[in-house]
Design a protein around this ligand. Structure first.
Ligand code: HPA
Ligand code: ZN
Length: 336
C-alpha cells in the first residue's frame, strides 16, 4: 500500500493551513527581508535548527499556536504569501497531490495591517502556478479564529473585499480554527448562517482537543459539511454512528495529533475504529512545517506503518477523500 498510494498519488488534501507550511528557513528569510523583529527572549528563535528543535517539543495545541502566530508575523507582502503558497504546492506536487483545499487565517494578518487584497493576490498567483506547472487544482477556505471576540470574526467576514472574494468564487468556504477548548462552535452561529445564505461551504475544527459535544454543535448549529480533526468522535459511540450514517467527512491529521500530544503515537488514533464503523475520513498534514516536516504523504505512510491497511481500505479512504472534496463534479470524475 505504501507503493500503491505513492504510485497513484494523493487525491486530495482538505486540511492544510497555509500559514502552517511556513518553514523555519522561509520564516528567517522573510523576517530579515521585512525587518520583522523575532522574540529576542526566546532561545528557540536563535537559529533555524533551534526553531526546528522547539517545534518537536510542543506540549499542546496552544503551545503550537503561540509559535504559529509569531511565525506568520513575517508575512507582509503579496510576494511573501505567494512564496509561502508556492513552497506548499511544490511539496504537494512531490507527494502527488491532485487537488488541495487550503485554509488561511486573514484575521492574523489584518491585525498587523496587511490588507486582505495583498494576501489573496499572493495566493492566486501561487494557485495559478500550481495548476500550470503541476496540474494541481486548489481552492481557498477562509478560517476564523475562535480565540478572538466573535465580533472580530463577524467584522472580518463582512469586509467588502472578503465578500467579493466569496461572490467571485475565489474563496469557496469558511472554517473555524485556533484554540478549541472554551470556544464552542455555537459562538459562531451568526457567521455560519450568513455563509449558508451565501451558499458557500462550511467546515470547522472540532474534537481535536475539545469534547465530542463540539462536533455535535458544529453539525447541528453551524451546519457544517465537514469536521476538521474530529478524532474525539471515538469517545461518543452514538455520535460516531450518526456521522458514519450521514457520511460527513472528517479531515484527520495524524502527525499533527502526535506533535500536539493529542495521541502518543499514530497507532493510538481511531483509524481502525473509523474504518470499521464506516466513518468517512481523509488524511491530511495540517501544519507540515511545524510538525516534523511531515507533508501529506508522510501522514499516509504513518497510517500505513501503524495500521497495515489493505489496498481495498486505501481505496475506500481515497474515494471518501474525493467524494468529500469541494471541487466541481467534472474534477471529481477525473480524480475517481
Ligand atoms: N487546530 C486549530 N487551529 C489551528 C490548527 C489546528 O490544528 N492549525 C492551525 N491552526
Ligand atoms: Zn487544522
Amino acid at each position: 500500500p505504501r507503493f500503491v498510494t505513492a504510485a497513484n498519488g494523493v487525491p486530495g488534501e482538505h486540511h492544510i493551513h497555509i500559514e502552517g507550511a511556513l518553514t523555519p528557513e522561509l520564516l528567517f528569510k522573510l523576517a530579515s527581508s521585512n525587518a520583522v523583529q523575532l522574540p529576542t527572549d526566546d532561545p528557540a528563535f536563535r537559529s533555524v535548527a533551534s526553531l526546528h528543535q522547539r517545534y518537536s517539543e510542543f506540549a499542546s495545541l496552544d503551545d503550537f499556536l503561540h509559535y504559529y502566530y509569531i511565525g506568520m508575523s513575517v508575512l507582509v507582502t503579496t510576494s511573501d504569501f505567494e512564496a509561502l503558497a508556492c513552497d506548499y504546492f511544490e511539496h504537494a506536487a512531490r507527494d502527488g497531490v491532485a487537488h488541495a483545499e487550503v485554509f488561511f487565517d486573514p484575521q492574523a494578518h489584518l491585525v498587523r495591517g496587511v490588507s486582505y487584497k495583498a494576501i489573496l493576490a499572493g495566493f492566486k498567483i501561487a494557485q495559478a502556478h500550481a495548476f500550470e506547472k503541476f496540474g494541481i487544482t486548489s481552492e481557498l477556505i477562509c478560517c476564523f479564529l475562535r480565540h478572538l471576540p466573535v465580533t472580530d470574526s463577524l467584522a472580518t467576514f463582512n469586509l467588502s473585499e472578503l465578500q467579493t472574494s466569496i461572490r467571485c468564487g475565489e474563496v469557496v468556504g469558511i472554517g473555524l480554527d485556533s484554540s478549541e477548548n472554551g470556544f464552542p462552535p455555537t459562538l459562531f452561529k451568526d457567521i455560519y448562517q450568513q455563509a449558508k445564505a451565501l451558499g458557500i461551504r462550511r467546515t470547522a475544527h472540532a474534537g481535536e482537543e475539545g469534547p465530542p459535544s463540539y462536533i455535535r454543535d458544529a453539525l447541528d448549529t453551524l451546519e457544517v459539511g465537514r469536521i476538521d480533526h474530529g478524532i474525539r468522535l471515538a469517545n461518543d459511540p452514538a455520535l460516531l454512528e450518526r456521522v458514519a450514517a450521514q457520511k460527513t467527512l472528517l479531515t484527520v491529521c495524524p502527525w499533527s495529533n502526535v506533535f500536539l500530544k493529542g495521541a502518543k503515537s499514530v497507532s493510538e488514533l481511531p483509524i481502525r475504529l473509523f474504518l470499521d464503523a464506516g466513518v468517512q475520513f481523509s488524511i491530511n498534514s495540517d501544519d507540515p512545517a511545524y510538525f516534523g516536516n511531515h507533508y501529506i504523504l508522510d501522514n499516509y505512510c504513518a497510517v500505513q506503518d501503524a495500521f497495515g491497511l489493505s489496498a481495498q481500505e486505501w481505496k475506500s479512504i481515497c474515494e471518501a477523500s474525493i467524494h468529500g472534496s469541494w471541487c466541481d463534479e467534472p474534477r471529481k470524475q477525473q480524480l475517481l
